[in-house]
Design a protein around this ligand. Structure first.
Ligand SMILES: [Zn+2]
Length: 429
């Protein structure tokens, strides 16, 4: 598989500057060995010409060709999420229209929403393991997609544990119990179906075992080694492409055996023990185990990549300020194509190669409406509001809205379903 750019080493780092300072073009040229082809997005041929969007992906503006894949890093960080870096989440968009979310770590929903994808298309979630930084924003997807118009349940794939209470089905059951108040109130006020979650739990010990197959996309699972039994990594096959999403893991034999020669491989790479001691304040005895016993450090990541020789490797899970050192650490053991991921980094994967860009979107974007509408409220759902609370409604405040609501009712032909007529305080204009 050819790699379209030889500037990979540069782009992972330059990407940091790309979004923040706009000086990436200069950095990129400085690190490129191919000269004019990389200048400022391409050649601008006259004074009124425009530069090609070499560096930027504008969400919602680019159709995928059948057989191609686009991956967006919606979270690349740790449990201790930061304003500029959410916890782990990678969106895979396939040319046939399917969209899979691999992990939905804390804070990642804000980045997912910035892609302006209708919530009815964001329903399939594959979880690598049950640390919060890999599924902590499931609540935001679940409830946010519900209010944004998702008409159908969510569907989740995730591993079992050594015991029933360590598995994905147990976790999601507990999730729904914890958010029962949220469920009951939205089910009554909006509609109940989007609040349901279907769980597909599979044996975490499966070695390249198929956990999803819709005839076009196949997802396989392999065990990972991370903090306890249960974590897995995923191998995705689509239209002749082989893609890998690795969850948290130390170097393990299953990854090396089954991801060999993949076109695109995402694998964690942890900052050095020195970084965690000096910059993150961890005690030394923790810093050198966290990075290097139950995660993968830069040299360990690089060794795995050298062994499997992917078309393109993606490292994630490190704070951006530690990326320069991580790059040096990785380059002690791997000299192949590489991105060090940051939030909103985007890759297009085709049979001809991989391109890397940054997704650029307004902070105020929400998911956009899709073609399907939610069903109306289900009248069999009991009203979760008692007479005691309803009797506390203060008429003057509620009647103050009448001019606005009368106009809205007229515009939308709502006279037959005027909720105010049932209220004891209602005083029509
Ligand atoms: Zn973890």
């Amino acid at each position: 598989m050819a790699v379209l750019s030889s500037g990979w080493l540069a782009t992972g780092i330059a990407g940091t500057a790309l979004a923040a300072t706009g000086i990436a073009a200069a950095l990129f040229i400085g690190n490129s060995d191919t000269g004019a082809a990389y200048a400022a997005g391409g050649v601008v041929t006259d004074r009124t010409g425009t530069a090609p969007d070499r560096y930027v992906y504008y969400p919602g503006t680019e159709a995928l060709a059948d057989g191609d894949v686009r991956v967006v890093a919606c979270g690349t960080g740790m449990p201790d999420q930061r304003r500029g870096q959410a916890s782990a989440c990678f969106l895979f968009e396939f040319g046939n229209g399917e969209k899979f979310i691999f992990d939905i770590g804390t804070g990642s929903m804000r980045n997912l929403n910035a892609l302006m994808i209708p919530s009815e298309y964001l329903t399939k979630v594959f979880i690598s393991h049950l640390h919060t930084d890999h599924w902590g924003d499931l609540d935001a997807l679940w409830a946010g997609g519900w209010t944004a118009g998702r008409p159908v349940p969510l569907e989740i794939w995730g591993p079992s544990g050594q015991t029933e209470d360590m598995g994905t089905a147990y976790a999601v059951d507990g999730f729904l119990r914890a958010f029962n108040w949220d469920y009951q109130t939205r089910a009554f006020k909006i509609t109940p179906i989007p609040g349901q979650i279907t769980v597909n739990e599979f044996d975490y010990r499966g070695e390249n075992t198929v956990v999803y197959d819709d005839g076009e996309i196949v997802v396989r699972s392999i065990p990972a080694i991370h903090a306890g039994d249960g974590p897995v990594s995923y191998i995705i096959e689509y239209a002749g492409l082989k893609l890998v999403f690795g969850g948290d893991t130390s170097p393990n034999k299953w990854f090396v055996e089954h991801t060999r020669d993949a076109d695109f491989v995402i694998h964690e790479a942890f900052a050095s023990p020195e970084y965690f001691k000096q910059d993150y304040g961890q005690p030394a005895q923790l810093a050198w185990r966290a990075c290097c016993e139950f995660h993968s450090s830069g040299p360990a990541f690089g060794k795995v990549m050298s062994e499997i020789a992917p078309g393109h490797a993606v490292a994630y899970y490190t704070m951006e300020e530690a990326h320069p050192q991580l790059l040096l650490d990785i380059r002690t053991t791997y000299d192949g194509p590489l991105s060090i991921a940051m939030d909103m980094m985007t890759w297009n994967i085709t049979k001809d190669g991989v391109t890397e860009r940054m997704a650029v979107s307004t902070d105020r974007a929400s998911a956009v409406l899709g073609p399907t509408r939610q069903p109306p409220p289900d009248p069999s759902i009991p009203d979760p509001t008692s007479e005691f609370i309803r009797a506390g409604e203060w008429g003057p405040g509620l009647n103050a809205q009448n001019d606005m609501l009368d106009a809205f009712s007229k515009e939308n032909d709502l006279a037959d379903v005027d909720w105010r007529t049932e209220k004891p305080w209602y005083e029509p204009n």
